[in-house]
Design a protein around this ligand. Structure first.
Ligand code: PMP
Length: 430
């Protein structure tokens, strides 16, 4: 069993200078009963090495972006080459044009795009643009979906589809919450009720076309098409939050898989190859509302920075090679089947949702299609599972709601080693 002595020692040091000891709350182990989060020293390919010298097979992938594995030579080279030419210009570059062309080639609905620095910024701006375009204020979003930490999307559901939300974070004004309606994912009746009730107040509908934030949950047949049709009939825009999904399941947008095209798309994570990035774009007549052409303001000192552009291009060059997603799917299937076999063998109450190279194990016996069902996943069993894994060499996110992400660097041997460790955890720890 691994020892985490140095990570434990660093906890106090970290907490003395960094609030809560983490720069993002999801990195704390609060959701799994507390304790010292692992401190990593380096990462390469599919592996992490912590400050105690332990090696892990990594399925966190930094919460999604690291689809080509850690320290990918191509991305490393792109970043170092660019850094020797300057890392921030505050002017136009050919890199940003090349990257925008590459994104457009992969996602044809991006008539125009803008680069920002995070998924939060990308989503926040699409909402502003939808409001500017429609002259309306309210948005509809779906329960359990995370869209970053801007005020408007940190609003929890009201008690029904015709209820306004309430702030989900201290510091979010109730006035902001009054512009947000949250309805259950995969429930078209509640969505219709919300649209009927609020009608021409609804500027846009914000949706993850494949949910990544209460585990991996696909929309049921017809759900996204119905959302599009009903929203458009109502004069509202549809915004896909593809911060997780863009380039995760296929080369380009999740629209490749779901077959429905929204008006605006917000992206982040993978498109930066591991560097800070966000991007949003969509229909020309909508994007023309953005400054300097239009009156909706969005800016950024770091926006389109050369390092992120270079890393993003390099990452997409790796992903566009034939067979990449087929291989992620093959390994994902192998992992899923192995896990299901162990669930059966050890009679663990668990179910798996998987799409291509991303999966979630829920410790519940009901298939998960919405947030309420994900909530029912047993957090205490998950906490034991998580601790069993990090004590034996597998790193996943410390939350029952997150996905395991495969990278192009994971191998058959990694999956086999993983299944062996999971078997030990099922046998000894649950
Ligand atoms: N949208 C979705 C779907 C996300 O998963 C996230 C981050 N997990 C965000 C938005 C926010 O992105 P960022 O953390 O880059 O601000």
């Amino acid at each position: 069993m691994y020892k985490h002595t140095k990570s434990q020692q660093l906890k106090a040091q970290s907490e003395a200078v960094i609030l809560g000891g983490v720069n993002s709350p999801s990195r704390s182990y609060k959701a799994v009963g507390g304790g010292a989060p692992l401190v990593m020293e380096r990462a390469e390919g599919a592996y992490f090495y912590d400050v105690d010298g332990n090696k892990y097979i990594d399925y966190l992938a930094a919460y999604g972006p690291i689809i080509t594995g850690h320290a990918h030579p191509r991305i490393h080279e792109a970043i170092t080459e660019q850094s020797s030419k300057g890392i921030l210009y505050g002017t136009g570059t050919t890199l940003e044009i090349d990257f925008a062309k590459k994104l457009k080639a992969a996602i044809p609905s991006l008539d125009r795009v803008r680069f920002v620095n995070s998924g939060t910024e990308a989503v926040m701006t699409t909402i502003r643009v939808a409001r500017a375009y429609t002259g309306r204020n309210k948005i509809i979003k779906f329960e359990g979906c995370y869209h970053g930490h801007s005020d408007l999307v940190l609003v929890a559901a009201g008690s029904g589809p015709s209820q306004l939300g309430t702030p989900d974070s201290a510091g979010v004004p109730t006035g902001v919450a009054e512009d947000v309606i949250t309805v259950p994912f995969n429930n078209i009746d509640d969505f219709k009720t919300a649209i009927e009730h609020f009608g021409d107040e609804i500027a846009g509908v914000l949706v993850e076309p494949i949910v990544g934030n209460f585990g991996i949950v696909e929309a049921e047949d017809g759900f996204l098409q119905a959302v599009n049709d009903i929203a458009h009939d109502n004069g509202s825009l549809v915004i896909y939050d593809e911060v997780i999904t863009a380039f995760r399941f296929s080369y380009g947008s999740a629209t490749n898989l779901v077959g429905v095209t929204p008006d605006l798309i917000a992206m982040g994570k993978i498109i930066g190859g591991g560097t800070p990035i966000g991007a949003y774009g969509g229909r020309l007549d909508i994007m023309e509302k953005v400054a300097p052409l239009g009156a909706a303001y969005q800016a950024g000192t770091m926006a389109g920075n050369p390092l992120s552009m270079a890393a993003g291009i390099a990452c997409l060059e790796v992903l566009e090679k034939p067979g990449v997603y087929e291989e992620l799917d093959r390994l994902g299937e192998k992992l899923e089947e192995g896990l299901l076999h162990l669930i059966e063998k050890y009679q663990v109450k668990a179910t798996i949702n998987r799409l291509v190279g991303a999966l979630t194990i829920y410790f519940t016996d009901e298939k998960v299609k919405n947030y309420k069902q994900a909530e029912n996943s047993d957090g205490e069993v998950f906490a034991k599972f998580f601790r069993g894994l990090i004590s034996r060499g597998i790193n996943i996110a410390p939350s029952k709601y997150e996905a395991w992400f495969l990278t192009t660097e994971h191998t058959d041997k990694d999956i086999e080693d993983t299944l062996q460790i999971v078997e030990e955890v099922f046998k000894n720890d649950l």
